[in-house]
Ligand binder design. Structure first.
Ligand SMILES: [Zn+2]
Length: 227
């Protein structure tokens, strides 16, 4: 079993986390066993901005639809699955609340990361400036070409898109979803943000939708508060 860890999160007591590669894939059982977690809650991901607060881990249904989870329950994990999309893990300074979000281009455009931060603030009274966010392995601008349709959606909604969106040729663009999410998180007030410098398409330890095509498997990104 192997997974990548964020330097920032690995330095924190009180949590465990990881961005699994294809050796783990979606096998949450293996991670549960390794970290002695009774459960890792997941979702039926639908490229939405829906954020699910897990208040009853035992009865959580992994078929609940949504693309981000938040919990303050200790001793059990939350996870999302990706293959090129951006996994984002969040924890507060007091290690009392964690979140895991899935952002493809749709989730990035509709700002699921910002929505997650806003809900943490309103539900748990935790200021965004007290959060650490880590943007995990995902497809980077070396490999993520998009068409005019996607590019115009970003240009119509956001200012300064040149920080993460640039035209190549023939009306093709490269989009850096990591940077777009980082800018969104900063706009929401998060200061402590780490971006893991791994492109899932370039690095074949990871499943990649763009490299392997439809039907590709996914890998888990997980986080849990210790008991
Ligand atoms: Zn790449």
């Amino acid at each position: 079993m192997s997974f990548v860890q964020s330097e920032r999160l690995a330095s924190f007591d009180g949590i465990v986390h990881g961005f699994a590669d294809r050796t783990v894939g979606t096998d949450s059982k293996e991670i549960e066993k390794y970290y002695k977690l009774p459960k890792i809650a997941q979702l039926k991901q639908i490229h939405s901005t829906d954020v699910i607060i897990v208040e009853d881990m035992e009865n959580h249904d992994n078929l609940t639809q949504g693309d981000a989870l938040i919990t303050n329950l200790k001793g059990a994990g939350i996870a999302i699955r990706t293959a090129d999309c951006v996994p984002i893990l969040i924890v507060d300074k007091g290690k009392s609340v964690i979140a895991a979000a899935h952002a493809g281009w749709r989730g990035t455009w509709s700002e699921i990361a910002v929505n997650t931060v806003n809900i943490i603030e309103s539900k748990y009274a935790i200021a965004p400036s007290d959060l650490t966010a880590v943007i995990g392995p995902s497809i980077k601008n070396c490999c993520y070409e998009v068409g005019e349709d996607v590019a115009s959606l970003f240009n119509e909604k956001f200012e300064n898109t040149s920080q993460y969106l640039s035209e190549t040729n023939n009306s093709k663009y490269v989009l850096d979803l990591s940077i777009a999410n980082k800018i969104g998180l900063q706009k929401a007030g998060v200061v402590d943000i780490e971006v893991v410098d791994i492109c899932t398409k370039c690095n074949d330890s990871f499943y990649s939708y763009r490299r392997e095509g439809k039907g590709v498997s996914t890998q888990l990104s997980f986080i849990a508060l210790n008991k």
